[in-house]
Design a protein around this ligand. Structure first.
Ligand code: UDP
Ligand code: MG
Length: 315
């Protein structure tokens, strides 16, 4: 019998948690194997920790991991992966935007051989036109910019096989864009389409600023096109100024005076040199950046509901 783990990152989810737990339990207890639910409390400031401890005290399937401070959604999911023990691991938001009722469908594809089953959104209920448009545009831009095949319109709602989770666990980067990392590892990937519901209660904890950070992490970690753009721009300017200077020299030989144009061509030459230099510097910096990621990704304050001899994955 397979064991299912469900990872639920929670940040100030007091109004929804009990409902989330009820719906998850209803779905999971009807499945073909045992299960555990790993709630990761990402430094919540409301009663989320108390609710989780209460759930852990009354339900042997509940594990609670409490962060010492807010580390962000991606880190909470990362911790969940480190603490999950199942053969198949599901990642789902706490706010019921991702319907737990899709999990059996994901599990069926997994049993049929898929190693990553990601939820792909048909429709987003209860989200602003701005969010819908930016998400639509972003996923397509990201796909155009990276060589990793990151599926459009997918979030972190997915089921992954133990083997895939183990690979992603061993990826140490700090700028974590998990949906990209899961795409990068390969394996057999399949989609399950679903309608994204609106938040059951509470409000989004992904304000524009966090959203932009995640978007940027995705772009910068999975693409160096922006950096290359700088070099290309610089080299382009150098080429243009070179041609301009050549033309001016020819004109000079023919006795044509073009004083101001010399200034313009020299300015483009200087800017081009600086921009190319920046591009080259950037290329080196990006390599240093790739190599120097050593801090722990998150800090766990306490845990509940784990067996006494349990040790999580050590980073
Ligand atoms: N979340 C988290 N840490 C944060 C922000 C969010 O663990 O700093 C969790 C949150 O509790 C939820 C999931 O990440 O389970 C998605 O967050 P939210 O619903 O606020 O984002 P949205 O769906 O609006 O993009
Ligand atoms: Mg949400």
């Amino acid at each position: 019998m397979p064991v299912y783990s469900v990872i639920v990152p929670c940040y100030n989810e007091e109004p929804v948690l009990r409902e989330t737990h009820k719906r998850l339990t209803a779905v999971l207890s009807a499945m073909d194997g045992d299960y555990e639910i790993v709630y990761v409390n990402d430094g919540s400031r409301d009663h989320t920790p108390d609710i989780l401890n209460d759930l852990a005290a009354h339900d042997p399937c509940v594990r609670a991991v409490h962060f010492a401070r807010n580390a962000g959604h991606q880190m909470a999911v990362t911790a969940g992966l480190d603490y999950a023990t199942g053969d198949a691991i599901v990642i789902i938001d706490a706010d019921l935007q991702d319907p737990p009722e899709i999990i059996p469908e994901m599990a069926a594809k997994w049993r049929a051989g898929a190693q990553v089953v990601y939820g792909q959104r048909n429709r987003r209920a209860g989200e602003s036109a701005f969010k819908k448009f930016t998400a639509f545009a972003y996923y397509r831009l990201l796909r155009a910019m990276t060589s990793t095949d990151i599926p459009a319109d997918t979030g972190d709602f997915r089921l992954v096989d133990r083997q895939v989770a183990d690979v992603v666990r061993r990826m140490p980067e700090h700028a974590r864009f998990l949906r990209g990392m899961f795409a990068w590892v390969g394996f057999r990937q399949e989609a399950v389409r679903y309608d994204r519901d609106k938040r059951f209660a509470g409000e989004t904890h992904y304000p524009l600023k966090k959203m932009l950070k995640l978007a940027l992490d995705g772009m910068l970690s999975f693409s160096d096109k922006l950096l290359k753009l700088l070099s290309v721009l610089g080299i382009g300017m150098l080429a243009i100024s070179g041609l301009g200077l050549l033309a001016l020299l020819i004109l000079l030989c023919c006795g044509v005076q073009a004083g101001a144009w010399w200034l313009a061509a020299l300015m483009v030459l200087c800017t081009g040199t600086v921009t190319t230099g920046l591009g080259i510097l950037g290329a080196y910096i990006s390599r240093i950046y790739d190599e120097t990621r050593a801090r722990p990704l998150y800090i766990v304050g306490e845990t509940r509901g784990f067996p006494a001899d349990f040790t999580p994955f050590r980073r």
